[in-house]
Design a protein around this ligand. Sequence first.
Ligand code: CP
Length: 336
Amino acid sequence: MQPKNFLTTEDWNQQQLQQLLQLAAHYKANPASDALRGKTIALVFFNPSLRTRTSFETGIFQMGGHAVVLSPGKDAWPIEIASGAIMDGDAEEHVIEAAKVLSRYCDAIAVRAFPAFKDWQEDRQDKVIRAFAQYASVPVINMETIVHPCQELALMHTIHEHLDNPAGKKFLLTWTYHPKPLNTAVANSALLIASKFGMDITLLCPNKDYLPDSAYLQATRQNNTEYGGTFNITHDIGEAYQDADFVYAKSWGALPYFGNWEKEKPIRDQYRHFIVDQQKMSLTNHARFSHCLPARRNVKVTDAVMDAEYCVAIDEAENRLHVQKALLHSLLNSGE
Ligand code: CP
């Protein structure tokens, strides 16, 4: 049975995800629909967005529904998450009331809540979206926390469009330099979705400190067992790019330095050469390149790669719209 929520693709099997992608293809060919007529979706943003907000709002509009966008602490009350908290700080209401009240008005709640970037042991529990899911009586959708499952769907839709069957194709996830330590969510998610579809994954990062949380390495290997594919970790740029079919770039902070970022800075500054450039792409099997965006040009990836025919990052961004419409349709009409 399809899960009630879309918190992580770990809760969804390949067949269920494949059905979403098939429905997304339908929505790409037929954008207008009345599948959300009379329905309202709350979009709760604890962090900024360009693509996620626009694609959700636009998709809901195209399906005849209505989106309410809330930014707690800005245009909505700051929300407390901790159970049993003595609320004498900034938060004016608890997630218990927020999730229950939004469930009375709305047919689904989508949440973006990045890590606080202070304590990974705390952040890795994904407490904000878990709390919304616990107290909401309507479906809850993850718009990026410590994973980014909507981005996963868009990535896999794009891979299907450009490589046809992803199984057995070499998928390179490469760490890239960025002046700031970024969320590991998209890296975690890229591993989850590529392995769920049986791809041969290579993870390239500067050293073992830049490995994602072991939970995602284990989940990748578990998916290999269930769905086929392989998982190789390397710090060798040439080996990583060799014969790759799809190159996916992302930067993220080194978990051992979580909350201690000034110590990580001189280390990460040694790895500016992980930038994706044409020389590296020339080692691949005529690979497509993509990135979840936003991407800093000439820091993460050169202009030449971003502007190349083989760059499909804009396709992936467009596909956010189609896969999220399929997701909303599926979550809100699963009783049909
Ligand atoms: N890729 C992505 O989620 O983009 P935004 O942060 O702009 O929403």
